[in-house]
Design a protein around this ligand. Structure first.
Ligand SMILES: [Ca+2]
Ligand SMILES: [Ca+2]
Length: 132
């Protein structure tokens, strides 16, 4: 027999951040207001603020706030709450981008390379390169 969590108290029987509780067997799911993402992967649904998710790849809770862990090719914004692309092309050839990359073009994420005639552009990975 399923419990109808939605008849209970928000924050006790169903998640505080669940905007519109919909009973399920088992658990419940949530319908969320605009600007929030529905997270119904678990039996207990939830609404997650989009600002946590779009630019923050892995949200890490801190006391009263949050910070992010960023995917490869991104770095943490100085505000600590979002991930921004690294402009590898602003860096040093051979360090920040491939030594064999003739003309570096920044992309999000990673970068691609334009190559001199006679070389083959390999932009199949996030780190472009010229092969010749
Ligand atoms: Ca239920
Ligand atoms: Ca980049």
């Amino acid at each position: 027999t399923d419990k109808n969590e939605c008849e209970g108290i928000r924050g006790v029987d169903f998640n505080q951040d669940c905007h519109h509780c919909i009973n399920e067997d088992p658990g419940y799911r949530c319908r969320c207001d605009a600007g929030y993402r529905e997270d119904n992967a678990n039996a207990e649904g939830n609404c997650v603020g989009v600002d946590y998710e779009v630019d923050c790849h892995t949200c890490i809770n801190t006391k009263g706030s949050h910070t992010c862990s960023c995917d490869h090719g991104f770095e943490l914004h100085p505000d600590g709450k979002s991930c921004i692309d690294v402009n590898e092309c602003d860096g040093v050839r051979g360090v920040d981008y491939n030594n064999d990359c003739h003309r570096c073009n920044n992309t999000t994420p990673g970068y691609t390379c334009e190559c001199n005639e006679g070389f083959i552009e390999d932009n199949s990975t996030l780190k472009g390169n010229c092969v010749g």
